[in-house]
Ligand binder design. Structure first.
Ligand SMILES: Cc1ncc(COP(=O)(O)O)c(C=O)c1O
Length: 446
């Protein structure tokens, strides 16, 4: 009998199994049950579980030097990680601000963009434009940028009034449905919004290259981010790529934005940077942004106690080294093709799967009541949670999502196993998901 829990659980009604260890793509609970981690937690554990090499790098650093304040000292792991990120990042992004996770990263990017324009003598600029059906984090600045109605609703009075433009959502595109081909109206919506708001008030546009939690791996068409880049340049608006989920190989490229010929001004990262071994994130900025602040007021008015935390930075160095040495970015692209074709076969058998989408090992399934009309299920049926539950009972973790259609209605799951997953493990994932979908269809159809 387990002692009473004093944790402030997110969903108190659901008792959780006690996870005790992990190995490769599997997690084990105290009863010895095995779960295939088909979503890397929340698309985090990209190298799989139980890696002694990463654990050792962190332990050695913790024993040598666990903490110094970033205002007083720099450290070897923080410098090394920043150097590696500057080398990996596209274009002239070469200054790195270390943080402890994704929300801190997007919040930092927002404040960096704002201070950059203040230092340029444009203090009237303060608004960040983002897209509906997006998620940029849980803190109030990050949530203000997030375009997800259900997540925003309880906190609405506390949020900054930032503008949101339509998402890039081919399956339900309000623009393309009236057109024979995609004409990138969703990208031009940014220009319309900047002009409507007044470019003199806009600091930045933020977007996830492939949308994760809010929309289930919706992916823009060719030319989308190229058009976004041109619009941002035309109106003196910085382009922030939120790579918290897409970064570090997840989509089959080191950064998700590299699928398009568009270099952002700032990249926000988290999750895969430490593959779950430590709380870590990083904001990578163009040298010019750093120089402007350096030669202006002389200091970024922002910081966290744990910025550059040495054992976390050591985890980041170890993870990025393994990622490159083992060619896991290319592996994600290859394995993603295999997994996607398996998911498309499941779609052919399961009428509730409306669309399979995504890139690399960041794949999404959107569920619909009627494939012909694309009508979503009533949210009360909790179809996404049912699929996740049916898979979990069979030993597979997939990541739930709802509000896919408009921030409230709609269901999807994300499938995003560790990049080290083998082909037999991918087959196991597909066969468990197949059974789970049959189970849910029997409950909700007919
Ligand atoms: C694209 C994106 N940005 C930001 C965040 C927030 O990151 P964190 O939960 O580490 O604060 C997430 C988390 O899911 C995310 O997917």
């Amino acid at each position: 009998m387990r002692a009473e829990s004093h944790l402030f659980h997110r969903i108190p009604a659901a008792p959780l199994p006690l996870a005790t260890r992990g190995e490769g793509v599997f997690i084990y609970d105290e009863q010895g049950n095995r779960y295939l981690d088909g979503c890397s937690g929340a698309l985090v554990a990209n190298l799989g579980h139980g890696r002694e090499d990463v654990a050792r790098a962190m332990a050695e650093q913790a024993a040598r030097l666990a903490y110094v304040h970033g205002g007083a000292f720099t450290t070897e792991p923080a410098e090394t990680l920043a150097r590696m990120l500057a080398e990996l990042a596209p274009g002239d992004l070469d200054r790195v601000f270390l943080v402890s996770g994704g929300s801190e990263a997007t919040e930092t990017a927002l404040k960096m963009a704002r201070q950059y324009w203040v230092e340029q003598g444009r203090p009237e600029k303060y608004l960040v434009i983002s897209r509906r059906l997006s998620y940029h984090g849980a803190t109030l600045g990050a949530l203000s940028m997030s375009g997800h109605a259900a997540r925003r609703r309880p906190y609405r009075p506390l949020l900054a009034d930032f503008p949101h433009i339509p998402p890039c959502y081919h399956y339900r595109c309000p623009f393309c449905q009236a057109e024979p081909d995609c004409n990138l109206r969703c990208a031009h919506a940014l220009e319309e919004e900047i002009v409507r708001t007044g470019p003199e008030y806009v600091v930045a546009f933020i977007a996830e290259p492939v949308v994760g939690a809010a929309a289930g791996a919706t992916t823009p068409p060719p030319g989308y981010f190229e058009a976004i880049r041109q619009i941002c340049d035309r109106y003196d608006v910085l382009f922030i790529a939120d790579e918290v989920m897409t970064g570090f190989g997840r989509t089959g490229r080191m950064f998700g934005i590299e699928h398009w010929a568009a270099v952002p001004d700032i990249i926000a990262t988290g999750k895969g940077i430490s593959a779950g071994y430590a709380p870590l994130g990083a904001v990578i900025a163009r040298a010019e942004i750093y120089r402007t602040i350096q030669s202006g007021s002389g200091g970024f008015v922002h910081g966290f106690t744990y910025s550059g935390h040495p054992p976390s930075a050591a985890a980041g160095v170890a993870v990025l080294t393994i990622l490159q040495e083992q060619g896991l970015v290319e592996a994600a692209a290859r394995k993603g093709e295999y997994l996607k074709s398996g998911l498309l076969q499941l779609q052919a058998r399961h009428p509730i799967v409306g669309e399979v989408r995504g890139k690399g090992l960041m794949l999404g399934l959107e569920f619909v009541r009627d494939r012909a009309t694309r009508e979503p299920f009533c949210r009360d049926l909790k179809v996404s949670e049912r699929v996740v539950g049916a898979a979990f009972r069979r030993g597979l973790c997939v990541y739930p999502g709802s509000g896919t259609v408009d921030g409230v209605r709609g269901d999807h799951i994300l499938v995003g196993p560790p990049l080290i997953i083998s082909q037999p493990e991918l087959d196991l994932l597909l066969s468990i998901l197949d059974e789970a979908l049959t189970d849910v269809e029997n409950q909700v159809l007919g």
